[in-house]
Design a protein. Structure first.
Length: 226
């Protein structure tokens, strides 16, 4: 029966990924981040990081807009202790509401403010929407039967497949990574490494040709980024 449940989960969603879930101190991130800290301190003295978004305050963060959902149960080991449904991040809307835990929402906010928005500030009038390819879903990593449950099954992961600009244009991972937007996408991929514990993209494997997988798993050796 459990096996049937697992298989049912598998067919529900897109490509997958995931990692271990232990939380550990992220000291090496902090040590490596002195330069980043200075950059952030200067970059945010007057900009949106200090400004609340109307309706914001989700997870205690003025830049996160959405609703508190509360506990999400199973099946099996799947579920989220305290789930939130995120609608927009620092003024950038999500193409679909993302069911995640607060740590995931906060990591996404850090990446949107610190990388995605500034990287795309001069492209098509600026970033207005992230295309969310997957959020909460009870399934195994990469949909492989018998594999560990993905971080998606715990509300600790989000997949982003495209970026929509104010002028309506769109940059997709599938076309952009090896196209003219490659440099920008690679910069955003690199910058996610830190806010997120696991970052996977087109150079990771065949399962990630068309999206970034971000999750907040903690790894003993620091962030895992491919
Ligand atoms: Zn994923």
């Amino acid at each position: 029966m459990t096996r049937f449940l697992m298989l049912g989960c598998l067919v529900l969603t897109l490509a997958a990924c995931g990692a271990r879930t232990e939380r550990a101190p992220s000291g090496d991130r902090d040590l490596a981040g002195v330069g980043g800290f200075l950059k952030r301190a200067f970059a945010t003295s007057s900009d949106e990081k200090m400004t609340s978004v109307p309706g914001g305050g989700l997870c205690g963060d003025p830049l996160l807009v959405g609703e508190v959902v509360g506990p999400v149960d199973g099946p099996g080991v799947c579920g989220i202790g305290q789930a939130v449904s995120v609608q927009s991040v620092a003024g950038v809307r999500l193409s679909q509401k993302a069911l995640v835990e607060c740590a995931t929402a906060q990591a996404l906010r850090e990446w949107v403010v610190g990388s995605a928005k500034p990287t795309l500030a001069k492209t098509g009038g600026g970033l207005v929407e992230l295309k969310v390819a997957a959020h909460y879903a009870c399934r195994t990593r990469n949909h492989q039967p018998g594999a560990r449950i993905s971080e998606h099954g715990k509300g600790r992961a989000i997949d982003i497949s495209a970026f929509r600009m104010a002028d309506g244009s769109e940059i997709t991972l599938l076309k952009g990574w090896r196209g003219k937007s490659g440099d920008k996408l690679k910069a955003m991929h690199a910058a996610a490494c830190g806010p997120f514990g696991t970052v996977l993209g087109p150079k990771a494997d065949r399962h990630h040709q068309d999206h970034f997988h971000f999750d907040v798993a903690q790894h003993r050796s620091g962030s895992y980024c491919r």
